[in-house]
Design a binder for this molecule. Structure first.
Ligand code: 5RP
Length: 231
């Protein structure tokens, strides 16, 4: 199978996971990217069963709506005390502990917010995303535009990596992204916390504190399910 076929296979597996585990009428969080897009196309068939979706980007909102899936505001859900039992999203890299680098599509901040509210984070990936050490994929950091150069200096000082501006790209929140190249991240949780403390950083693409709970990983042998081991 080529990479596109693997994405479609894992999207079908995620649809089945949702059909089995999401209570009828409940709210589903939906991620961003090409794998998430395959998933959205699959869950169109579950439209009557899903109470509504929370989108992690404007692109995802549009795709959900184009399939007739109802998109809800996260603030309304939280204010009304409603649960969002499952969030399904892709990743750029994922390690054995199910910590991830995300944000290749630039939606990291909203993805992290939706993931924070969700009961269970289901990550959908093809096998090329599974790594032993995070960092071969550049780490996205969303920054307030006026803080870009300050953040760049701090990122170099703290990580030793090379931050590069994602040129011509503006996030859904009106901010810029610095992609940090040349990292080998041995302690994702510690680095995520350190980066959060830089003034001017909106969000970094390490998802370690709130990693995935379930990984659906598509490979040549089919789609395997990995559950995060808790201490
Ligand atoms: C977007 C993301 C995506 O989940 C990540 O980039 C993976 O995308 P794809 O499924 O296209 O490989 O974090 O911000």
């Amino acid at each position: 199978m080529n990479q596109n076929e693997l994405k479609q296979a894992v999207a079908r597996a995620a649809r089945d996971y949702v059909a089995e585990h999401l209570p009828p009428g409940a709210i589903l969080g939906v991620g961003t990217g090409s794998t998430a897009n395959c998933f959205i196309d699959e869950i169109a068939a579950l439209r009557e069963r899903i109470g509504g979706c929370v989108a992690s980007s404007e692109a995802t909102r549009q795709r959900l709506e184009s399939h007739g899936l109802r998109v809800l505001e996260l603030n309304d859900i939280v204010a009304d005390g409603l649960a969002m039992p499952i969030y399904v999203d892709g990743a750029d890299e994922i390690n054995a502990g199910l910590a991830m680098i995300k944000g290749g599509g630039g939606a990291l901040t909203r993805e992290k917010i939706v993931a924070a509210v969700a009961g269970c984070f289901v990550c959908v990936c093809d096998q090329s995303k599974r790594v032993d050490t995070l960092g071969s994929f550049s780490l996205p950091v969303e920054v307030i535009p006026m803080a870009r150069e300050h953040v760049r200096h701090e990122l170099i000082r703290l990580t030793g990596g090379e931050p590069r501006l994602r040129t011509g790209f503006v996030t859904d929140n009106g901010n810029e992204i610095l992609d940090v190249h040349g990292l080998a991240i041995h302690d994702p949780l510690a680095l995520e916390s350190r980066l959060e403390q830089i003034t001017g950083v909106v969000c970094n693409g390490l998802f370690a504190r709130r990693g995935a709970d379930v990984l659906l990983l598509a490979g040549s042998q089919g789609v395997q399910t990995h559950i995060r081991q808790t201490a």
